[in-house]
Design a protein around this ligand. Structure first.
Ligand code: A2P
Length: 284
């Protein structure tokens, strides 16, 4: 494995002409007071892509870490997300301004609709509001999170604007093969949330342990290397400095075809899902 200091993330092209670092650092469930320190740790080991959300309650902490990092804005890639209560015409722009202010930024690189909420029927007009935000120049790219195939098709049909990304739960127990195929055909990149299965059963899986041993790495590193090999954008979360560095060092792990086939066989389909199902979720 290459030493962590010499590693840089691959950069992937998005369908709107911009680019995104493939490996990012996610801050779901990180308290605002902790966010400044851990995002600072992440910058220190090499991460430049940070994934937050209005609902995480830590945009201000992420903003403090950005301000004290000394890093140039153009070298950073910052994603945040519109919360569910802010969907609908007239609500998106103020919610976005609030996020920008908390982050202390002039623009974000990527803004996502956090959940589909099909029962509320607001996602299409919300997508139209994101299109306007992009036109304003305050958002470089727009995308979605937790969208189904049907919803991706609907917003494309209605607006002609295809999201750059769909960020959804994805890990070896829940691989999202069908969704990834549809996205690939549309030029939408797939971004994995809970890429480590929230650090639960997945990290104790014997087949993954065997692959990790073979490469002399941790199971978390083998799993991150799998996401990278598939072309997924991946945003592992950790508040532990050694793990933040270890996860970054996954960039130096290359799995072979045999490893990839063994991991493909671990998919449990819908039974592997940990979080809410976007087709039915209605919260916040
Ligand atoms: P912690 O934050 O206490 O370090 P996911 O990104 O799939 O949601 O997973 C996040 C969970 O996985 C967190 O509980 C985190 O713990 C744990 N985790 C992150 N990186 C590692 C790692 N390298 N080894 C073991 N557990 C990890």
């Amino acid at each position: 494995m290459t030493s962590a200091e010499t590693l840089t993330s691959p950069v992937l092209a998005l369908n709107d002409g911009t680019t995104i670092p493939q490996l990012g650092y996610g801050v779901w469930q990180v308290e605002d007071a902790v966010a400044e320190r851990v995002v600072g740790e992440a910058f220190g080991v090499g991460y430049r892509h940070i994934d937050t959300a209005a609902a995480y309650g830590n945009e201000a902490g992420v903003g403090r870490a950005i301000a004290s990092s000394g890093l140039a804005r153009e070298d950073l890639y910052i994603t945040t997300k519109l919360w569910n209560a802010d969907q609908g015409r007239g609500r998106v722009a103020p919610a976005f301004e609030d996020s920008l202010e908390k982050l202390g930024l002039e623009y974000v690189d990527l803004y996502l609709i956090h959940w589909l909420l099909p029962q509320r029927g607001l996602y299409l007009e919300t997508w139209e509001e994101l299109i306007k935000l992009k036109e304003s120049g305050r958002v470089r790219s727009i995308g979605v999170s937790n969208f189904t195939v049907e919803a991706l098709e609907e917003i494309e049909r209605a607006t002609g604007v295809v999201p750059v990304i769909n960020q959804v739960e994805t890990h070896p127990y829940f691989q999202q093969a069908q969704l990834r195929t549809v996205e690939a055909a549309k030029g939408i990149l797939h971004e994995s949330w809970s890429p480590l299965g929230q650090g639960k059963d997945l990290l104790g899986d014997p087949a993954l342990a065997a692959i990790a041993d073979k490469h002399g790495v941790s199971v978390a590193q083998a799993v991150i290397a799998w996401h990278l090999a598939l072309g997924n954008i991946v945003i592992p979360k950790s508040v532990t400095p050694e793990r933040i560095a270890q996860n970054w060092a996954s960039l130096g792990v290359t799995l072979d075809a045999e490893d990839l086939a063994a991991i493909e066989a671990l998919d449990k389909g819908a039974a592997g899902r940990i979080g809410p199902d976007p087709a039915t979720a209605d919260h916040g």
